[in-house]
Design a protein around this ligand. Structure first.
Ligand code: WAQ
Ligand code: MG
Length: 265
């Protein structure tokens, strides 16, 4: 059976490659029967984003051989309580250390996302790749960053996951997408941990994820109204960054976690 990868990216003030400002993006991996509805949904996301009206939207549809798809079990979700942005940043650094990232690299990554990781101080449409020991930036395109593509939940797994986490109040598309991405990224060889917070002005939360600690949600990592955010993938022992970035594009479907170990209300 064939699957389809659908990717969307939207920008204002011109296309991304012409210096436009990134507004929103999305990646899906679905069956043929969901194709039209998915394209429509991603287009709507692009046109109604809180960061503004895009004047450039790129939608790409590609067939994927289902035999090439890897299946992964979603990371467990853990909630960390914090009461301020400052506490949020401290929690993020502490969790990154716990996952094996060097203190200086963890602190550098937090500062990068605070100030805007792009060379002009704005947001990137992809992620920073950072050496977990030295804090050196490795991504092949530091203005764009690397985007993780070709990933999704199976429809059944998403339904099951939503039912299960309903009591935690996180059974929504944003958390589901972030959890799928973190599960994929932390499963790629060379990844030590991931740090993320949203660039959407109305969403101040984010997470630290690693295979060893799971997906740890941190409810406050920036002030309300800030349009800055991003993602940092910490790596160690990769042969070259092109190979690592290619592995982030391999097709992955997320299955529900079978054990509930580690999950907290
Ligand atoms: N690949 C790489 N980087 C990405 C991707 C991707 N597919 N999608 C987004 N990014 C980067 C990009 O730099 C964005 O500016 C940044 O991440 C933030 O993206 O548990 O909403 O879609 O409460 O705004 C996490 C917390 C929410 C969820 C993350 O990110 C929770 C979020 P956004
Ligand atoms: Mg966003």
């Amino acid at each position: 059976m064939d699957s389809y990868s659908v990717r969307m990216r939207a920008a204002a003030g011109g296309a991304h490659e012409a210096g436009g400002r990134h507004i929103s993006g999305g990646e899906r991996l679905i069956g043929a029967e969901e194709l039209e509805a998915t394209v429509q949904k991603l287009l709507r996301r692009a046109l109604t984003h809180e960061l503004g009206q895009p004047d450039f939207v790129n939608l790409t549809v590609e067939k994927v051989d289902s035999a090439d798809i890897t299946q992964l079990q979603a990371l467990p979700v853990i909630q960390r309580e914090v009461h301020s942005v400052c506490e949020g940043h401290a929690a993020a650094v502490e969790l990154l250390l716990q996952a094996g990232v060097a203190l200086s690299a963890a602190q550098k990554a937090v500062a990068l996302l605070v100030h805007g990781p792009a060379p002009d101080g704005g947001v990137m449409r992809g992620a920073v790749v950072m050496d977990a020991d030295t804090g050196a930036r490795l991504e092949s395109d530091p203005a764009r960053g690397v985007r993780v593509t070709q990933l999704d939940w199976t429809p059944q797994a998403l339904e099951g996951w939503k039912q299960r986490v309903m009591p935690l109040g996180i059974a929504n598309e944003r958390v589901a997408e972030a959890l799928a991405l973190a599960t994929k990224v932390t499963a790629v060889a060379g990844t030590v941990a991931e740090l993320c917070w949203s660039d959407d002005p109305s969403y101040v939360g984010g997470y630290v994820a690693a295979k060893s600690i799971g997906y740890v949600r941190i409810p406050q990592l920036k002030e309300l109204g800030s349009p800055l955010g991003g993602r940092v993938f910490f790596v160690r022992g990769i042969r070259n960054v092109q190979e690592y970035e290619a592995a982030l594009q391999a097709p992955v479907l997320i299955l529900e976690q079978t054990e509930q170990r580690g999950e907290q209300a």
